[in-house]
Write a protein that binds this ligand. Structure first.
Ligand SMILES: Cc1cc2nc3c(=O)[nH]c(=O)nc-3n(C[C@H](O)[C@H](O)[C@H](O)COP(=O)(O)O)c2cc1C
Length: 338
């Protein structure tokens, strides 16, 4: 069924298909039909960061940036959904076209640039949701906010969204916001994590609820950089890490023309790179901080590889665009067999 839908959607430019597909899914859900697309495999309840996940395969950030489609996406069999990246104020992102399909590589390149409707809109959507599962909210900084003040944007998002999220992800790894990835290193990182963890403590007392705080990192890190990040996660007592975002690398691609488009590459070619980041994290964290593995999961084998590398939970995006909800079932089978 999804194969037919996918063939139709792939007739149009990628970003148009994205919105059209999500609107169509919303209609299907109103008609009570979206759950027919869900795989038979339901998976098992998993407890991570003190939260009960319906199953261990979630939707990665960026597909539902404004939490506009939670109920419809929630009907497809995901164990959890991560919405965002949301920034304090609405912003339009980069000029179009900014999303490209590399079909020969089962990959995408995007330079969306955190296009989103802002925190206030997201709060309304989260308040009105019917979906009962776990929702993570991925937060970022506005394009216009200078890097030295980035922490103010993250603090604002954390404070405003705390009451409505099950977990919150600090996204420092988008390649499409100039300078953002520099915050992943050294004192900058320690300072930011420290500020946010202190605020999380204050908010947990105020709301009488601990909302886990995670960091999302890039795949374009050498071993030393990755170990340093792991050390910062330990020192700041972070609750989890999401590995990884898209890559700026263009290695091993079959596509020849679109590879020159600027932005982050996701999908099949990213799998090995993000898997090696998960392994380095696992070796350094020794199971003390759970890892959400994301990047290039396209079938049961690639899902299994991420779990073996050390991921406790998985997320999918590009593989889901190419294969649909069937991929959730394949990843859940991988979990059963690990
Ligand atoms: C079009 C597109 C938009 C994305 N937007 C975001 C985003 O806003 N925030 C974020 O943390 N990750 C974003 N991502 C990255 C994904 O969440 C994921 O980390 C990455 O695509 C690797 O997973 P995949 O290979 O399964 O796609 C985006 C990815 C794509 C393809």
């Amino acid at each position: 069924m999804y194969t037919l839908i996918q063939r139709f959607l792939f007739l149009f430019p990628a970003e148009f298909s994205h919105h059209f597909g999500l609107k169509g899914l919303k209609v299907l859900n109103w008609l009570g039909l979206a759950s027919f697309l869900a795989p038979e495999e339901k998976g098992e309840v998993t407890e991570v960061f003190g939260l009960q996940f319906k199953n261990s395969v979630g939707l990665a950030a960026g597909l539902d940036k404004n939490a506009d489609y939670i109920d419809a996406l929630g009907a497809l069999g995901f164990g959890f959904l991560e919405v965002g990246t949301v920034t304090p104020k609405a912003q339009s992102g980069n000029a179009k076209p900014r999303l490209f399909r590399l079909t020969k590589d089962h990959a995408l390149i995007n330079r969306m640039g955190f296009n989103n409707k802002g925190v206030e809109h997201m709060i309304q959507r989260l308040k009105n949701r019917r979906y009962q599962g776990i929702i993570g909210v991925n937060i970022g900084k506005n394009f216009s906010t200078p890097l030295e003040q980035a922490y103010e944007d993250y603090l604002f998002c954390l404070r405003e969204l705390y009451a409505y999220a099950d977990y919150i992800v600090v996204n420092l790894s988008s390649p499409n916001t100039p300078g953002l990835r520099a915050l992943q290193f050294g004192e900058e990182l320690n300072k930011l994590l420290n500020i946010l963890k202190n605020e999380q403590h204050v908010l947990s007392l105020k709301h009488e609820r601990h909302v886990p705080l995670l960091l999302k990192i890039a795949p374009d890190l050498n071993a030393k950089e990755c170990q340093d990040i792991a050390q910062a996660l330990l020192e700041n007592n972070m609750d989890g890490v999401v590995a990884t975002n898209t890559t700026i690398s263009r290695q091993g691609l079959n596509e020849t023309v679109l590879v020159n488009e600027a932005g982050g590459l996701s999908g099949e070619p990213l799998a090995a790179q993000s898997e090696s980041i998960v392994k380095i994290l696992r070796n350094h964290l020794h199971g003390t901080i759970p890892i959400i593995g994301v990047g290039g999961i396209t079938d049961q084998a690639s899902a299994q590889a991420k779990l073996k590398a050390g991921a406790s939970l998985l997320q999918i995006y590009t593989g889901f665009i190419y294969k649909g909800p069937k991929l959730i079932g394949e990843a859940l089978k991988a979990k059963q067999e690990t």
